[in-house]
Design a protein around this ligand. Sequence first.
Ligand SMILES: [Zn+2]
Ligand SMILES: [Zn+2]
Length: 807
Amino acid sequence: MKQLPRKIDFIENEKKWERLWEENGTYAYNWGDDGRPRYSVDTPPPYPSGDFHMGNVLNWTYFDMRARYKRMRGYNVHFPQGWDCHGLPTEVAVEKAYKIRRSDLPPDEFRKLCEEWIEQYIAVMKEAVIRLGCSVDWSLEYRTMEPDYMRKVQRSFLMLYEKDMIYKGEHPINWCPRCETAIADAEVEREARTGKIYTIAFSVEGEDLLIATTRPEYIPACVAIGVHPEDERFNKLIGGEASIPLSGRKVAIIADDAVDPAFGTGTMMICTYGDKADVLAVAKYKLRVIKLIDGKGIMTAAAGEYAGMGVEEAREAILKDLDGTGLLRKTESLEQEVGVCWRCDTHIEVVTTDQWFMRTMSLTDEVVKKAAEIDWYPDWMRYRLIDWAKSLDWDWVLSRQRVFATPIPVWHCVKCGRMRTAEPEELPVDPRVDKMEGKCECGGAEWRGETDVLDTWFDSSLTCAIHAGWPDREDWRNLFPASVHPSGHDIIRTWAYYLMVRHLALFDETAYDSVLINGMVLGTDGRKMSKSLGNFVATPEVFDKYGSDASRLWAATGGSTGTDIPFRWADAEYGWRFMRKLWNACRFASMRLEDYDPSKEVEPGLLDRWILSKLEGVVKESTAEYEPCRFMNAVETARNFIWHVFCDHYLEAAKHRLYSEGDEKAAAQQTLHYAVRRMLQLLAPAIPHLTEEIYSHMYADGDSDSIHLSLWPEADESLIDEEAERRGDLIIAVIRDVRKEKNRMGIPLNKPLDELKIYSADPAEAEMIAMGIEDISATLKAEDLEVLEGDGGEHEVEGYPTVRFSL
Ligand SMILES: [Zn+2]
Ligand SMILES: [Zn+2]
């Protein structure tokens, strides 16, 4: 047993242990069989934005606490960390930095610039994850832009293509005109906006037919007019034709029960495609498709004189023409919800283009079933995935018209259009650069490489298998499905969903056995954290002031798992103060334990039995909270006990024995030695650096012994002693209230009391107090202490109506 030094610099201590853990391989996963069950964390590879914000602190604290807890429960924990590199933000940053357009360079050269660019951000993120004290096995680190990772992604593409789970075709998809790419449903966000609704006159046999629309620019793509079959104003028109304003082109008037007679004028313009309702109507009534908008969001020839204009520009031009001809009858404002791009907030268009899709719709029932079977922390989050899966009505569009992404391993025969895929052993390939050799069945020998690339989610939704070692390790099923997939509630519909459909499609199995969900971090005022609201807190500021353990304490105890929590400086400070208290208490213990002889077993005293019984209760309770990831309760249970029961009361009342000699001292030492170790273990998942430092002085068996590899305390039922708790509580209450009174009277705590009389009207109680007479008199320095049966005494003892005292 080494004494703890007087001073500790928490921040320096954190750096020291981060280095030592790495040197000692403390968190190394054992790929062999060492008898321990395995536990795998499907750490989501973040996009390295270069800013590790307080939201990341919350996520990673959760991931790490789960990993640490399971490791101490005796699991061989696989905790990898990767980086999700591909995507538009990097492309845009590189374009800006080098003052180029991505099309100015060949794809492989542009790609190189992106790779170099993203590396600097990875370095920043990695440092932050290390500084937070995450127990990641860094030998497992990966980047999704590495050739080896892309090989696996392309391999999974080929497998799904073989299984007919991937197809290419012309279908309506969401299109971001600014990003100039297809995007998936999951990437479309709903935003409330004040828009305008225009009432426009179509005509039926010379009579006006008024139609209200929010998208007049789509008039050239109108393919039918819908009316409700039971709407008597219009149902006589069904089967007839209407003339489109300006062009005079004729379209059919059809019955459609999806038309709401109460909305607008009660008639609906069906066009290709103003929104998803149009997509449904076109499919249902087998209407023709007019391609109005091209891949760049520009009006095609179908727009007539508006061809070549952007969407907004075409709208203004059409409105002006309608107004000029008297056909624009009314303009009103309308509160509406529109779909916008999650990356750039641009209004999404629905366009029909040739894209690659994964058949996700056919998996919906299976996703719902698996979501219901697996564990969710907290439980109710499962409905986020279930509801999302059920709400989808399109397959997942996989292709993107971008550069920095995993290429689609396919070539097309220039002569006949047949597709040929790469062979698994050729992977990774880039058909934009690599040539396909050989002849096509049609005799053609010229091949065009696919230029579309894969959605970044196609990279990151394969992690459960890749972490496990698929497709290279034969034993990859040892780690598959992942034990836990941790994630934020905002990305259940992307991350949790794509992982699930992907692994179901590939392996017909759930991707993960449980999901741990964290909420968002709000600003110091409870509003969304943002630099413009002035409630933004930068992570390094918190780390530099209080260290990462205190930051973790805030994350662990700031709110229930899954809920949004504000960042509060006071919580971080409270954590820091608790750590000081813990350090001082443990330092005192280490000094009083210097001559402790563990081989000598002695009978514990009453207050020893009291604290041990309570401690075992805390072990049970805290463990029951750690198990389902209720970190706040788990840590608060331990922290409150350590601070307000162990430090405030037990240590004070045991001091006189710890400064004495003989069996009395040995009993207190034995209790202290046992209790401190258990308390440190309960806190180790939350404050790994400080607990390790204390443990290394007081308990470690050699330099590479770590509290994080020690086994989690099992509650010892034989120590649970209700009678001792009852007696101890009374004695402690007496000591507490006499001290309080002494303090109120201005008597220094270390000044002896001339006289102390404790009364109880209850003889059994008086006897209980008398049994603690030595602890009471020594702790309070009241040599002349009398315990009396009966009424009397000036002051009462809180919680004990029959007990009073005078001093
Ligand atoms: Zn966009
Ligand atoms: Zn061919």
